[in-house]
Design a protein around this ligand. Structure first.
Ligand code: 5RP
Length: 227
């Protein structure tokens, strides 16, 4: 069956924005799915919803400002009420791979400060085991070669992400390495190993960060909650 993934993304986004309430501090994700939520929030703001938002990338900041959404500095607040963000892969028990759009560092910081992290996704993102999607790893360019060697030893051979033949730079001026672990059977273990590698700024394994995943499927939505 040919699925309309764009419609699924939109449905998930529209379901997620129902959680927003006046006065909330809201994290805004990055990517094509998060975009649907940001556009819907823009409409809600035009209709009078008063919220303050924290973007997870320069692109999201620009989009949100263009829609009249109030942006605040993350260092001016203690916590974020709700964040709505996308994912590259998720499991039913809310493990995620993120960073396909290269915004994983700010996405992870924002998620770590968020009380309710809502992930929105189309049905192609749901997997039994993470790892088919290459794991994005943000590294300081100075350390890239050494991290590539260490990833090979960890059985996750990686390449430096390129755009039009040139290295892709994150908003913070770092590289993204895309690591092919194929099937990540022990995500928490891998996450801990990557956290210990000097030169890695952030990696795309999000563990214990999502509260809910809302997935669009067959003209409806399905919700997976933290147990
Ligand atoms: C960006 C991300 C995105 O949430 C992820 O890549 C999903 O993007 P899309 O909604 O375009 O499929 O982690 O860094």
């Amino acid at each position: 069956m040919n699925k309309d993934l764009e419609a699924e993304k939109r449905l998930a986004a529209l379901e997620a924005v129902k959680f927003l309430k006046p006065g909330m501090i809201v994290g805004l994700g990055t990517g094509s799915t998060a975009r649907y939520a940001i556009e819907a929030i823009g409409e809600m703001v035009k209709e009078g919803l008063s919220i303050r938002c924290i973007p997870t990338s320069n692109a999201t900041k620009e989009l949100a400002q263009g829609l009249g959404i109030a942006i605040i500095d993350i260092n001016s607040i203690d916590a974020i009420d709700i964040t709505i963000d996308g994912a590259d892969e998720f499991t039913e028990d809310l493990l995620l791979i993120k960073g396909g759009g290269g915004a994983l560092l700010k996405e992870k910081i924002v998620a770590s400060l968020t009380k309710k992290e809502i992930i929105i996704a189309d049905s192609s993102k749901k997997v039994a085991v993470l790892g088919k999607f290459k794991l994005p790893i943000e590294v300081i360019p100075f350390a890239a070669g050494h991290i590539l060697n260490q990833l090979k030893l960890l059985k996750g051979p990686a390449t430096i992400r390129k755009v039009s033949g040139k290295p892709f730079f994150t908003d913070e001026g770092n590289y993204i390495l895309d690591a092919d672990f194929d099937s990540i059977k022990f995500p928490a273990l891998l996450s801990a190993e990557l956290n210990n590698m000097i030169g890695i700024v952030a990696h795309g394994l999000f563990i214990n960060l999502a509260s809910t995943v809302i997935m669009g499927i067959n003209g409806a939505t399905e919700t997976f909650n933290k147990v």
